[in-house]
Design a protein. Structure first.
Length: 182
């Protein structure tokens, strides 16, 4: 299936145009994190999630998984301070929840609950996972790589849950549009 970019290519730096139809569709995941945050002068315990398109496996042995998070994101702060994250692979039926999590900041709200999702504790790390996901990877950060306005977190996968049999996952095409594959 062909996915055309309805928006014109965007200048990302002088002399470089980026037409995201070249790299999309990409599977969108919800990356969950947990940590302490200072909100309105009070330290609070926070669970959070962020929709991420830029992620990939990095190695088989050891099993490493990489995520790219914007430096200004609340999730960046939580992952940097906690040293853990979970990658939740979402079924297409939850595309609207994924979009909600991608458009809202969790700094001042419980984004997981507000999205209508259920969080539970991961088995090996101090981090939530999403019950509705097709599966998840529990990761311990072993390296952070500066990449312009993003950071790549290299996570060693310490546990995996796969409930994906028969579930089609969310793929981001552009803007607010999602699709899936057979």
């Amino acid at each position: 299936m062909h996915y055309a970019c309805r928006r014109p290519a965007k200048t990302i730096q002088e002399g470089v145009m980026m037409d995201f139809s070249l790299i999309n569709p990409r599977q969108t995941v919800l990356v969950t994190s947990r940590g302490k945050a200072r909100i309105l002068g009070q330290e609070k315990h926070k669970d959070n999630c962020i929709a991420v398109d830029w992620h990939m496996p990095g190695s088989f042995k050891p099993f490493l998984y990489l995520i790219s998070i914007g430096l200004g994101r609340f999730s960046y702060k939580l992952i940097k301070e906690s040293g853990v994250f979970a990658v939740n692979f979402m079924p297409i039926e939850y595309a609207s929840q994924v979009l909600f999590c991608g458009r809202q900041s969790g700094e001042f709200m419980d984004k997981i609950t507000q999205a209508g999702l259920v969080a539970r504790d991961a088995s090996k790390i101090d981090c939530p996972v999403i019950e509705e996901s097709a599966g998840w990877l529990e990761c311990r950060v072993i390296q952070e790589i500066a990449c312009g306005d993003h950071a790549v977190f290299v996570g060693e996968v310490v546990a995996e849950t796969n409930n994906s049999k028969g579930l089609r996952r969310v793929f981001h095409t552009e803007g607010d549009d999602f699709s899936t594959i057979q």
